[in-house]
Unconditional design. Structure first.
Length: 313
């Protein structure tokens, strides 16, 4: 009996300590669960509210993709389009080298292997995913940036506008996208109308390369009904922030939505690196399916790796 009492006491103490180790923080009506390491950091000066405000206002993630327009690099590109049975029906695998001269960039394809109908007879892309990839990671001819370092998109018209909106939706998750019907405001997870559908947390862990990080997670509540589920686009958003400087070193996220006119389901993983104080993606993986009314469903995956970064000549 005495041994039993001791075991019960130990279990109760462990449970109490476990509960004490968990804590919550509040920010603009948002409740954030903290793990024991973040609780400990909070006690010695980690400001949770300032950290979440930094997360909310961060623009460096989307900017990192634009930084690929102002550095030289070697890119390994692997794009695959799948049929209804999950078999590859078209693909591109290539190595590209981008060079900078002043504010202008050019790109050479050093190796390329293509299968299926990846290109049409005129050499244009047959698939939206490929076109989006090329618009983001490939350079055709000579393209120059402005004095601020931005690479303005000179093409006009609704197609260029939709491409820009689509890139904002996919590569800047968590921010509202103006001009996108139905889903534009549903991605704004920090807005009060949207945040109520999510569970938020901060935990402490090392990223894949061993960098100590605070990890901010927004995940759709598991018990959402059908109507509530229709009010969100981001299923999960996980971001790793370097503890030393709070820079983003990685992000993983999943987006999905379904209407009578269109549906999509996309998962992405992005790893960042630094070059000359610039935050730049070093690895981007994507797997997704898109379906638009009166169009053929498109299911694709890609892996983009960037390395050997250089400055302008």
């Amino acid at each position: 009996m005495r041994l039993k009492s001791i075991l019960v006491t130990v279990i109760i103490c462990l449970c109490i300590n476990g509960l004490q180790a968990q804590d919550t923080a509040h920010y603009k009506g948002m409740t954030i669960n903290l793990d024991e390491f973040t609780v400990a950091a909070k006690k010695i000066g980690f400001d949770v509210n300032s950290f979440i405000k930094r997360v909310e206002e961060d623009t460096t993630f989307y900017r990192a993709f634009k930084n690929l327009h102002i550095v030289g690099f070697t890119g390994d590109n692997d794009i695959r389009i799948y049929d209804k049975k999950g078999q590859v029906e078209a693909s591109l695998k290539s190595t590209t080298t981008q060079q900078m001269k002043g504010r202008c960039r050019t790109m050479q394809v050093t190796d390329e292997k293509v299968t299926g109908d990846f290109y049409d007879r005129k050499g244009n892309y047959n698939y939206y995913t490929a076109e989006l990839y090329a618009n983001l990671f490939f350079t055709k001819g000579t393209v120059c940036v402005d004095e601020s370092g931005n690479a303005p998109e000179r093409s006009n018209g609704s197609l260029a506008k939709h491409k820009a909106q689509l890139k904002q939706l996919i590569f800047n998750p968590g921010k509202p996208v103006r001009g996108v019907p139905i889903v534009g405001a549903k991605v704004a997870i920090f807005n009060s109308d949207v945040m109520r559908y999510y569970d938020f947390s901060i935990r402490s862990e090392n990223y894949v390369n061993g960098i100590p990080c605070y990890v901010f997670t927004a995940k759709a509540k598991p018990d959402l009904g059908r109507m509530d589920r229709g009010e969100i686009v981001i299923d999960e958003l996980i971001t790793w922030f370097n503890k030393d400087n709070f820079e983003i070193v990685g992000r993983k996220y999943a987006l999905s939505y379904k209407t009578f006119l269109f549906d999509f389901n996309v998962q992405m993983n992005v790893q960042m690196t630094k070059f000359n104080d610039l935050l730049i993606p070093s690895l981007v993986t994507y797997a997704g399916t898109w379906n638009v009314a009166f169009k053929k469903r498109e299911t694709a995956a890609f892996i983009a790796q960037f390395q050997n970064f250089t400055s302008s000549n």
